[in-house]
Write a protein that binds this ligand. Structure first.
Ligand code: TYD
Length: 131
């Protein structure tokens, strides 16, 4: 299976504007337990640089764009998140980095569990040993 698993989020928009629904166990392939968003990212700042032991996440740029790098320890792939209708699944044990944030970028992330620092692997060397 490809490392980059894009999720097409159908737009229910009409002449009045856009509308996208994110639904747990439907377009989002897990129960959604947490939602957060990253915005006002400063120029030349990259974020992420970690993997999760168990957590699954779906990320979608609901405004602006950024580039998500995914790495399963064998291969790396980049995906440009540049549409409110394009989500990407960040599976467990996938190293991810976010780069090239546009000034207006709002990156929405849906997560399968509550925040738990012990689920993070923040050292790339450690990730390569565990993956
Ligand atoms: P961090 O994981 O470093 O963000 P990123 O990987 O996107 O660069 O998170 C920044 C801080 O926010 C860190 O102290 C952990 C905290 N945090 C929470 O408390 N709850 C959360 O749900 C998230 C995502 C982060």
């Amino acid at each position: 299976m490809s490392l980059v698993r894009l999720i097409n989020l159908p737009s229910l928009g009409d002449e009045r504007g856009g509308l996208v629904v994110l639904e747990g166990n439907d377009t989002v392939p897990f129960d959604i337990k947490r939602v957060y968003y990253i915005f006002n990212t400063q120029k030349d700042v990259s974020r992420g640089f970690h993997a999760h032991k168990q957590l699954k996440q779906v990320a979608v740029c609901i405004k602006g764009k950024c580039r998500m790098l995914l790495d399963n320890g064998l291969t790396q792939e980049s995906v440009l998140l540049d549409s409110a209708t394009k989500g990407v699944l960040i599976d467990a044990m996938v190293w991810h980095e976010m780069h090239d944030f546009s000034d207006d970028c709002v990156l929405l992330v849906l997560a399968s569990d509550h925040y738990d620092e012990s689920d993070y692997i923040r050292k790339y060397d450690e990730f390569l040993i565990k993956v």
